[in-house]
Design a protein around this ligand. Structure first.
Ligand code: SF4
Length: 328
């Protein structure tokens, strides 16, 4: 059986159900790299260019964890997943960066994903991937249908409040299944919106267990995945100028929706060191959150040297301030 490796990093957190269902239906075995650990991060740091951002360095580590044990590696050349908006350019260059830096890579499935002109779609992208595996046309069509059904179920579950790791790991369950746990099982003294790229906030190693730590401090945590794409588009559309970064738009649209709901005591925005788009998005968020509702806002920048002690101190200071504000 052909083994297709999928690095547990970057847009794994957005599209794994789609990719897993497709390759499984095609008769391949899907192999995912282990959860991030020190060895994976260190390997990525040694291999990637110093100048790149932390998530890309980590992606290198996940690729190295799979190299040698799979027949193909899935590294799509992601350019755009919606009309007139783009993913960060580093995603576009990932296949080239990997080939330039890692010897003996397995063949990459590096089909381009570019929906910016409003013409592309996942069916075409998946069909191109399927042809690389020499699948017949009927099998590819069937695999495309299964993949899209798995992805739409995943999206539905996120909007219903499933936690992203549960929706990913639980094979997204069956349609109509109740979610396994409430979205925010903390004691609920504070409601905190946690914003940041999925590949940062849901990677427990790199985020230093941020979600669990907030919960242990009594906070209920909501992330941008709870907000539907329609609401994100509508809210981000209230900015005076259109944002053409898909990932940044998600953060801003969700932040505005959380502000307007009036239910949040504070917003934490996690950004990674070396991220170009986030230097703009973080600034926009800080300004507009203040203007719209005056909700306390904290920016947390993580890098490979971040330590848990510094993180805990900042979280404690932030949550204490929110509690004092509530009482006052
Ligand atoms: S959006 Fe930022 S963190 Fe993500 S890949 Fe691009 S530069 Fe890196």
């Amino acid at each position: 059986m052909i083994k297709v490796g999928i690095p547990r990093s970057l847009l794994y957190y957005s599209y794994f159900p789609l990719w897993r269902a497709f390759f499984t239906e095609m008769g391949a075995e899907v192999v995912v790299s282990p959860e991030t650990n020190k060895a994976i991060l260190d390997a990525g740091l040694r291999s990637a260019l110093d100048e790149t951002c932390l998530p890309v360095k980590l992606f290198f580590g996940h690729v190295l964890a799979l190299t040698g044990s799979v027949d193909y590696l899935l590294v799509p050349r992601l350019i755009s997943v919606e009309p007139k908006a783009y993913i960060c350019p580093k995603f576009m260059g990932l296949p080239d960066m990997l080939r330039a830096r890692i010897p003996n890579l397995p063949p990459l499935i590096d089909v381009a994903v570019d929906f910016s002109r409003g013409t592309g779609n996942w069916e075409n992208v998946l069909s191109s991937m399927g042809r690389l595996l020499a699948g017949d046309r009927r099998l590819i069509r069937q695999a495309c249908r299964s993949a899209q059904a798995a992805q739409s179920l995943f999206q539905e579950q996120l909007e219903k409040g499933w936690l992203l790791p549960e929706a990913l790991n639980g094979a997204a369950g069956e349609r109509g299944t109740e979610r396994p746990a409430p979205p925010s099982p903390g004691s609920g003294r504070l409601n905190i919106a946690l914003l940041g790229h999925d590949y940062n906030i849901y990677d427990e190693y790199i985020s230093m267990n941020l979600i669990k730590r907030l919960r242990s401090m009594g906070a209920r945590v909501a992330t941008a995945d709870l907000v539907s794409q329609a609401v994100i588009d509508e809210q981000a559309g209230t900015l005076p100028k259109k944002l053409f970064w898909t990932l940044g738009k998600k953060m801003i649209g969700a932040a505005f929706a959380f502000c307007d709901s009036g239910q949040f005591d504070g917003i934490i925005y996690v950004s990674s060191f070396g991220c170009g788009p986030e230097s703009l998005v973080g600034e926009l968020l800080a300004r507009w959150v203040k203007r719209r509702r005056g909700i306390p806002f904290m920016l947390l920048t993580i890098d490979e040297h971040s330590g848990a002690a510094g993180l805990v101190t900042r979280l404690e200071a932030f949550t204490d301030m929110l509690l004092r504000r509530e009482k006052g």
